[in-house]
Design a protein. Structure first.
Length: 306
């Protein structure tokens, strides 16, 4: 049985020339310090799928938790106009909710979005937590590897899976296990079924296939040094120490090194590697992740922690 998500909320937003219907979860005390969770990229992902082992712990700790589905993910849709940059969508959502400043927490592609938000609008970020091996510093190794990251065995499997008229449970289980260090972790089955449920939305499989095909040429983004240097918020890098099925074996170590190198670029930055965790440490090692982040957040509802 998959865990039941908190009540869904929808909000119509204007993001530049586009109209977006945002789907999000909003829980915890409304007067608590806001925490914006921005989820991972990948096929059939959503805010609840990414953060189902985390958001309630933060709400219980007294934070206001805001967890939206990103642009063209989950139940968030671009109704007209576009394309829409996820960073701009997040900023528009915070504005609509009347949130001036928030703690920003992101995994993988979500980390890229909140990094840009913190760099471009430093007055909106109280702190920054990044996991999932991204963003990466522009090390020579990372720059050499990035163009081929859309053509890994993992991505080839995803394209083949989505190219069939019906996505099979076994195929989605294999695709999901690649995000874990432990291929037999019990949460793999839970996440697999969440992703399959999301794929039942009309047209979503075709949209996800188009995105996966685009990665053949697009590779992965490497962030320029100036973006990191512009971040003023205290930052925590919280990466899984091993992603054995996510990248080619020869690429895993240099890509992790590039992610860790960010600690030398963001002015106030801390680094923690999570043993026995892969691309989704917030799921695979949820208790350790929650304890580390709740201990890091520089401001509670009662004032500075340090």
């Amino acid at each position: 049985m998959t865990p039941t998500p908190p009540e869904s909320q929808f909000l119509d937003l204007t993001v530049g020339p586009a109209q977006v219907r945002a789907h999000y979860h909003d829980l915890g005390p409304r007067d608590g310090a806001p925490v914006l969770f921005c989820h991972t990229g990948g096929a059939a992902v959503s805010a609840w799928m990414c953060w189902y082992r985390n958001v309630e712990a933060f709400a219980t700790a007294g934070y206001r938790v805001i967890a939206p589905d990103s642009v063209n993910a989950g139940k968030t849709d671009v109704l007209a106009g576009g394309p829409v940059r996820n960073t701009d969508f997040l900023l528009a959502l915070l504005d609509a909710l009347g949130v001036e400043r928030a703690h920003l927490i992101g995994n993988s592609g979500g980390g890229m979005a909140i990094l840009a938000l913190a760099a471009e609008h430093p007055d909106r970020a109280m702190s920054l937590v990044l996991s999932g091996g991204e963003p990466r510093a522009a090390t020579p190794d990372a720059l050499a590897i990035a163009p081929r990251l859309g053509r890994t065995p993992r991505m080839d499997h995803v394209r083949a899976m989505l190219g069939r008229p019906r996505v099979l449970l076994a195929d989605m289980r294999k695709a999901t296990a690649a995000f874990f260090c432990n291929p037999r972790h019990p949460e793999i089955e839970t996440v697999t079924r969440m992703r399959l449920e999301t794929l039942r939305q009309p047209g979503l499989r075709e949209r996800e296939l188009a995105g996966a095909l685009a990665q053949i040429q697009g590779g992965r983004q490497i962030t320029g040094e100036g973006v990191f240097l512009a971040v003023e918020a205290p930052t925590l890098l919280l990466h899984g120490a091993s992603e054995p099925a996510f990248y080619d074996a020869d690429d895993e170590a240099p890509l992790l090194a590039a992610a860790m190198a960010v600690v030398q670029l963001i002015p106030t930055c801390h680094l923690q590697l999570v043993a026995n965790a892969g691309h989704w440490p917030q799921i695979e090692q949820a208790e350790r992740y929650n304890k580390a982040v709740l201990g890091f957040l520089p401001y509670s509802t009662k004032g500075p922690l340090w």
